[in-house]
Write a new protein. Structure first.
Length: 247
């Protein structure tokens, strides 16, 4: 009991400070609450000053348990049923469209490179391999992602192709929401530029950064000049995404 109570205090403090962590606190509160309501020893200790008989204690604790099991559903069920009346469905045609295209047109062994959040969906919805995993709490994976994210940097098509070839990437998915986002210093292309030692598009120079004359890969590739079509072929596009095959 002492062990459970101590853990409940710590997890309670964690739940108060970070609301999403209350799931760790809930099981302990359920255990302690059930013990407090229905445990015979607890009731005997509480009623010991009144010299209550054991039969009366048993009746009281069972009545309290039944009362609790009656009140809780009565309080929690109506809001739950009301919430279930409003059925919601996620629908993002621009994202669903490339997923369906990948399932129908891309071999199962072909690997994809793109933003980590998008590749999580590619892996889940299509089952195709991905080159950069959304979980990168590892030095090797962080370095790998930094190299693959050069698709959003100011790099030549030869450089990007070399990186993708090293990691056996078959396709890249480019997102205009990332590539063309306003430059404020914290978007993905800005971070890639700074890591490469290049002044970001917002033009605020920092010590050690230089201006690059190389166009941004994710933007320049859309024009399909010979320098890019030599290494990449556009195979799918919609308002949001462009999929290029690595040649």
């Amino acid at each position: 009991m002492f062990y459970l109570a101590v853990l409940a205090v710590f997890f309670g403090a964690l739940g108060i400070s970070t609301l999403r962590m209350k799931y760790l606190w809930t099981p302990y509160m359920c255990i302690l609450g059930s013990i407090g309501i229905s445990d015979y020893k607890v009731w005997r200790t509480i009623l010991s000053p009144f010299k209550t008989k054991g039969v009366i204690i048993q009746i009281l604790r069972h009545l309290m348990t039944l009362l609790t099991l009656t009140i809780l559903p009565a309080m929690a069920l109506p809001p739950l049923l009301k919430e279930l009346e409003e059925l919601k469905e996620f629908w993002d045609p621009d994202t669903v469209e490339p997923m369906e295209w990948i399932k129908s047109n891309v071999p199962k062994g072909a690997a994809f490179t793109g933003s980590m959040q998008l590749l999580a969906g590619v892996k889940l919805c299509t089952g195709r391999p991905i080159t950069n995993h959304p979980h990168y709490e590892d030095k090797h994976l962080r370095f790998k992602i930094k190299e693959l994210y050069q698709i959003y940097g100011r790099r030549t098509p030869e450089d990007v192709h070399d990186f993708l070839t090293i990691y056996k990437s078959s396709y890249i998915i480019l997102e205009d929401s990332i590539c063309l986002a306003p430059s404020k210093g914290c978007r993905t292309p800005d971070i890639v530029d700074i890591d490469n030692g290049i002044i970001p598009d917002h033009g605020k120079a920092e010590p050690g950064l230089v201006k690059s004359t190389v166009p941004r890969f994710c933007d320049e590739i859309r024009y399909e000049s010979p320098a890019y079509t030599k290494y990449f072929k556009l195979v799918f596009s919609n308002r949001t995404f462009r999929v290029h095959k690595v040649l």
